[in-house]
Design a protein around this ligand. Sequence first.
Ligand code: ATP
Ligand code: MG
Length: 507
Amino acid sequence: MSVSPILETVGLTRTFPGVRALDRVDFRLYPGEIHTLMGQNGAGKSTLINVLTGVHQPEAGEIRLADQAVHFPTPQMAEAAGIQTLYQEVNLCPNLSVAENIFAGRQPRKRGLGLIDWKTIHRRAEEALAELTLSLDVTQSLDTYPIAMQQMVAIARAVSVDARILILDEPTSSLDEGEVARLFDVLRKLKASGIAILFVTHFLEQTYAISDRITVMRNGEREGEYLAADLPVQTLVAKMVGLQNAGERLTQAEAAHTETAASHAEPYLAAQGVARRGVLNPLDLEVLPGQILGLAGLLGSGRTETARLLFGADKADAGTVHINGRPVKLSSPRDAVRHGMAYCPEDRKKEGIVADLSIRENIVLALQAQLGWWRMIRRSRQRELANEYIEQLGIKARDAEQPIGLLSGGNQQKVLLARWLATKPRLLILDEPTRGIDVAAKFEIMDRVRALCAKGLGILFISSEISEVVRVSDRIAVMRDRRKVAELSGAARSEHEVYDLIAGDRR
Ligand SMILES: Nc1ncnc2c1ncn2[C@@H]1O[C@H](COP(=O)(O)OP(=O)(O)OP(=O)(O)O)[C@@H](O)[C@H]1O
Ligand SMILES: [Mg+2]
């Protein structure tokens, strides 16, 4: 390429106690390209971004912006230099309005008076959203919108200023297909105007749909830089995990689960006509011990709503639920837990992790709550449990005492899963359990979940990735417009079939 990079790093190094998160990384980003960073959980992707944007300081190495060595003591200085960043977790203020979130920290003021010019703010916020073909009531507080929409607001904030470089760390993990397509349209438009875009994702399809160039990270090092068109997906995966034949192994793993586990057992949970007005139409569902029931559907189709009703997190206003053949009332999560259920929720930041607590404390949390707080689990037992799951799920951490907030995103997700597995549930609801988890770990986690199934655990599995639902589920309930439209089992479980059902009349 004859153009010189807009952003370049030379020998960039950053260590944290016990880990070399970045190890002499040379990286280049060109104007007008979409460049994707790929690598397993903990490979150093977010750390690279954090160092580029002034969140962390490098110990060694150099950052060059348009051929000039630069130094960003704070994120604000990186922003002022034209680097806009969307971090892995939405970091907006949920109780401020949409408009305030878009313009937080840079509100236009009425000249001379120093008053905030609300009219202008609202109009400009609407314009920024219109760029993304969205129209929201910008005066509403942000938390009145679903996470996917909040994410789009964060993107609107990032693109509404004159940026030369736009960095997005896993922006699509909570977006549905249509929203991803819309975001990609916006990214292509920005790219055409000469902006350099650095993108992090674990979705292979998205990587190939949008990238010009791919940089692979492994264990804090830059493994290599490739043109997307020259890098077959198998090779990419092999490079990420550092194995020659890893790509093949994954394909085999994918092919392995084609047989439906035969289960003649009685359902552990049977729901009839469970419904909630305006949220979910009456639905029948059975979860059998030893089986995975997949819930497929678009965001907003009623998947999470179903899970919440069954778990007692929201109250059903019709229907009955039987557990082990006996009618039960599930009017709170506590009832559900008493009946052997566990729920691993989708929004790990809001409902999940406690950032300041250690990995050990986060893992024992649900178990301790179940036992009651007056019966504290002994320290030694807590350590044992934590180490068991760190080992079992391959959680990448210094040790069990490390605060969970310091782990990479995917590893936080694994801790959350461990928390619920530790309660030894009979029925486990997994809502997007592999969101933000790298491809290799995804297979590993689902293999482990399957192994638990073999011991009689029943699982309700929710994922936006249809291919994943089809791969792991014994039966699939397909949801559309807040109702169950079909149930597929045996040979009928194909991606094609699920897509057709989801598309319904809209095809
Ligand atoms: N503030 C911190 N303090 C201590 N260790 C950290 C900190 N930030 C990151 N690390 C460690 O540095 C390593 C790289 O983490 P990083 O977040 O960059 O990974 P990642 O590639 O973004 O992973 P993921 O795909 O899971 O988001 C991990 O081992 C992580 O635990
Ligand atoms: Mg990350």
